[in-house]
Design a protein around this ligand. Structure first.
Ligand code: HEM
Length: 412
């Protein structure tokens, strides 16, 4: 067992060498005791097999910290935050998790997501039309493309006026900034009081939206979730509030970073870029490889051991916190040949970028559609898309939860 004191995983400098850090950790011990930037000691699981079986085992490892040892308390959170995130699907275990997941899954079916594809294509085309009209033929791929694409898709999917998109972006970033491992500071230098006032405003907005959708159901996901029924049960207003907040937190930054990470990875691997340009049908397999190679979610939600147990033979005590490092598992040489090589034709490629088991990403089908449409449309409509700056040192944004870029200057 290793305790690596002060292991820096979140700074900008640490982000650029994170894959090497994980490789060393995985080589030394695929289940290691590590001190997090928050000062907390946790188990980090970096091996693929260990991570996959750990994530799938919701009997031994719970997302809800009800099994924390005596004396260790969760910090008290403001009421608005509790209403938005407390007891939401990502942080509860079966059977409550099963209840919520079943209801949302009835509305968020793969068929529903496929029906969104033409809309995703149209949104992407409109964005690219605007970019192609730029006289200087340059733009920031993150801010001008990767951000608005999922934001507009999400607004349309939830039935929110497009005019309110920017408020949703702010609310999503503010909720993410509450996660200490995200190391994301509140946007625009907002004070904690201003942050809380915005979060309260988000709750008021969603309360009103949900009432409106109940009174006048439309063709959107909130209306679909409100009407979904399983065994005579429906979502309550509080269920809906938490679910929409979770979709907004889980579905924006992630997809944004997938798009940015894909473009950077292709720029850095010109042979793979040329291959995808010549064979656009490879987009589905290319997106899977990008998810493995530069997955936007680097670590799983924390889990807590429900009993004294073990992972890969390493003893874990009841109540201890365990996190799977998805980015490390997905580069495990015991699982993948030449794991640090980008190979858009890699097969099989059953990566862990969307997690595994009960909490496996609900939005994966949508993220895949967005990723495929985004990359193919960009490459098709901008045949000369290239970096506008040296990309050797493009910095990753700080923080441990999300891997992504703050900016990527491109020209066409
Ligand atoms: C490339 C984009 C995305 C990635 C890499 C990603 C990754 C993940 C991962 C790893 C988990 C599971 C974490 C764990 O078990 O510890 C997760 C859960 C979740 N994701 Fe995603 N996600 C993405 C996009 C989306 C989108 C677009 C949405 C919504 C439309 C979404 C909604 C959710 C929800 C609701 C959960 C919780 C599921 C549950 O607890 O049952 N995600 N995601």
């Amino acid at each position: 067992m290793t305790t690596s004191e002060h292991l820096d995983l979140t700074s900008v400098a640490a982000r650029s060498i994170a894959y090497d850090t994980y490789a060393a950790l995985r080589y030394e011990n695929p289940v290691a005791r590590v001190r997090m930037p928050t000062g907390q000691d946790v188990w980090l699981v970096t091996g693929y097999d260990e991570s996959a079986s750990f994530l799938a085992d919701y009997n031994r490892f719970k997302t809800s910290p009800t099994v924390m040892p005596e004396g260790m308390e969760m910090p008290a959170l403001p009421e608005a935050v509790v209403r938005l995130l407390g007891g939401s699907m990502g942080s509860v275990d079966p059977p409550e998790h099963t209840r919520q997941r079943r209801l949302v899954q009835m509305a968020f079916t793969p068929q529903y997501v496929e029906r969104l594809r033409p809309g995703v294509q149209q949104i992407t085309d409109q964005l690219i039309d605007g970019l192609l009209a730029r006289p200087d033929r340059t733009f920031d791929l993150v801010e001008d493309f990767a951000v608005p694409l999922p934001l507009t898709v999400m607004s349309d999917m939830l039935g929110i006026p497009r005019a309110d998109r920017d408020r949703f972006r702010l609310w999503s970033e503010l909720l993410l900034s509450l996660d200490p491992t995200s190391a994301q500071s509140a946007p625009q230098g907002m004070s904690p009081m201003e942050v809380m006032a915005e979060i309260e405003e988000f709750v008021r907005y969603l309360d009103a939206l949900i009432q409106h959708k109940r009174a006048e159901p439309g063709d959107d996901l909130i209306s679909g979730m409100a009407l979904a029924e399983a065994d005579g049960e429906r979502m309550t207003d509080e269920d809906l509030l938490k679910m929409v907040a979770l979709l907004v937190v889980g579905g924006l930054g992630t997809t944004q970073h997938l798009i940015g990470n894909m473009v950077l990875a292709l720029f850095r691997n010109p042979d793979q870029l040329a291959l995808l340009r010549s064979k656009p049908d490879l987009a589905p397999s290319a997106v899977e490889e990008m998810l493995r190679y530069h997955g936007p979610i680097e670590i799983s939600f924390p889990r807590f051991a429900a009993e004294d147990t073990e992972i890969g033979g390493v003893p874990i005590r009841r109540g201890e916190m365990v996190i799977a490092v998805l980015a490390a598992a997905d580069r495990d040489p015991n699982r993948y040949a030449d794991p640090d090589r980008l190979d858009i034709e890699r097969t099989p490629n059953r990566h862990l970028a969307f997690g595994r088991g009960a909490h496996m990403c609900l939005g994966a089908p949508l993220a895949r559609v967005e990723g495929q449409v985004a990359i193919n449309t960009l490459l098709a409509r901008m045949p000369d898309l290239h970096p506008a700056e040296n990309i050797d040192d493009t910095p990753w944004r700080p923080g441990l939860t999300l891997r992504g870029l703050s900016a990527l200057s491109v020209a066409f």
